[in-house]
Design a binder for this molecule. Structure first.
Ligand code: F6R
Length: 260
């Protein structure tokens, strides 16, 4: 696990460079997409690179991490619509090449199995963008999730529904209780994982993620087992890290050619 502590604009460049590298070397690469606030600045930068530098998503495939169960097809907070608005429609990404779990399926189990199969058929995820919840969830794998879980239905914690109420007119009652989410085992199969976290409210989850014991109570800790995981943090999100000065020194002395 590589930990980079830097100002947000630098973190955004690192993440966008890594995604651009995938798409330039493999135009039909598979990008794993997160929703929520954390990746938005990365999506803005990718849209800029598309506009100004011709970065193309025309052949790329995208797989979302998760989806609320039961939100109507045209609901603005349905994650498939959020991803369309925040990235896919701002670049040349054909709608049919971006998929999410089907939160409106009548047969949820089958929809989850189909989603796993679709990721497999695409050859797996080349680069997965992740955020982390204040309770340590990645995708919607809440505390207590099996560390080898696959795509399935989960119940959101009260904490997550409270955190996400800001997207639903600050009304927690509008936040669905259920979601479909890639499992921790699914996410772990991505070839490169880039997690971005900013702000003090993420500091404890980040401390556990990087330095805590691997535990289903802090689901993100499973990423310690991943062979190529990059954790991008601003100062506030890094503020509880015990080895912060070591991570800073390591990054500052990193050879220029190395990338993330
Ligand atoms: C969203 C997702 C979640 C978020 C997490 C952080 O697809 O999978 O794990 O990444 O809840 O949310 P933000 O970025 O809004 O703080």
């Amino acid at each position: 696990m590589e930990v980079v502590i830097a100002p947000l604009p630098e973190l955004v460049q690192l993440a966008a460079n890594a995604i651009e590298d995938v798409l330039r070397s493999k135009p039909d690469g598979v990008i794993g997409l997160a929703t929520g606030s954390s990746p938005l600045a990365i999506y803005d930068e990718l849209a800029r690179r598309h506009r100004e530098d011709g970065l193309s998503f025309a052949k790329a495939r995208g797989f979302m991490l998760d989806e609320y169960v039961g939100l109507p097809k045209d609901h603005p907070e349905r994650y498939r619509n959020v991803i369309e608005k925040e990235i896919a429609s701002r670049v040349d990404w054909p709608e049919s090449q971006v998929q999410g779990p089907n939160g409106l399926a009548t047969d949820i189990k089958q929809a989850c199995a189909d989603y796993e199969q679709a990721i497999k058929d695409a050859g797996g995820v080349d680069l997965q963008i992740l955020g982390i919840g204040t309770d340590g969830h990645i995708a919607f794998n809440e505390p207590g999730s099996s560390l080898t879980s696959r795509t399935r239905i989960k119940t959101l914690t009260a904490q997550t529904r409270e955190d996400n109420a800001r997207f639903f007119d600050d009304d927690i009652d509008q936040v669905p209780h259920h979601c479909l989410t890639q499992g921790l085992g699914t996410i772990m199969e991505a070839r490169h994982i880039v997690l971005i976290a900013t702000g003090k409210q993420k500091a404890e989850a980040v401390h556990q993620l990087v330095e805590g014991p691997i535990s289903a109570m802090w689901p993100g800790t499973i990423l310690q087992m991943h062979p190529h995981c990059t954790v991008l943090l601003d100062d506030a999100a890094a503020s509880r890290l015990q080895l912060a000065s070591y991570y800073r020194g390591t990054y500052n002395h990193k050879p220029d050619w190395q990338g993330i």
